[in-house]
Design a protein around this ligand. Structure first.
Ligand code: PRP
Length: 178
């Protein structure tokens, strides 16, 4: 693809890492059912591939979130645009994210979910951009540490495009500079 500056994480690397994470998660939740909670839209690809590798029973739910502020920086003030369909009371919730950056979105969301009295809330993210963290947030499962670059693919978008690409890549700057 002519928009790819550099492939950061290949499809094979992503899938191999997912298998390892799924094994770890399946062991930790032995005997339980996990409610996989996808944060739309970026977490969708990761959630589906991860779910296929889990050996414990899972259910899915989806939450849509819109962050106030400009397009490139999270403000931490978050609006729920699509709420969960099911009650999460007494359920084991595993939040599945594509990337955690400042941590502000998840910090808000975890507080919101905790008020609904789940049995537990854990976080699984494919990418962890630790360098940008503004609030301390405990992450239970991390796929890869992310460099401070503009990344797209495998759920991550630029103007809603490239989410379907099966690898994570650095977009050529010509495509977002203007
Ligand atoms: C991304 C990502 C997280 C959030 C992380 O979502 O999926 O939800 O930003 O940023 P933070 O840690 O700085 O709060 P985005 O708002 O781009 O929406 P999308 O998933 O629909 O692409």
């Amino acid at each position: 693809m002519d928009v790819v500056e550099r492939i950061l994480i290949s499809e094979e690397e992503i899938q191999a890492r997912i298998k390892v994470l799924a094994k770890e998660i399946s062991q930790q939740y032995q005997g339980e059912t996990i409610c996989l909670l996808c944060i739309l839209k970026g977490g969708l690809m990761f959630l589906t591939d991860l779910a296929k590798q889990l050996t414990v029973p899972v259910t899915f739910d989806f939450i849509g979130i819109s962050s106030y502020g400009n397009a490139t920086k999270s403000s931490g003030i978050v609006r729920i645009t699509k709420d969960l369909e099911e009650s999460i009371e007494n359920k084991h919730i595993l939040i599945v994210e594509d990337i955690i950056d400042s941590g502000l979105t998840l910090s808000y969301l975890v507080k919101n979910l905790e008020s609904r009295k789940p049995a537990s809330v854990r976080i699984c993210t494919l990418l962890d951009k630790q360098i940008n963290r503004e609030v301390d947030i405990p992450i239970d499962y991390v796929g890869f540490l992310a460099p401070d670059e503009f990344l797209v693919g495998y759920g991550l978008d630029y103007q809603e495009l490239y989410r379907n690409i099966p690898f994570v890549f650095v977009l050529k700057s010509d495509y977002y500079a203007n």
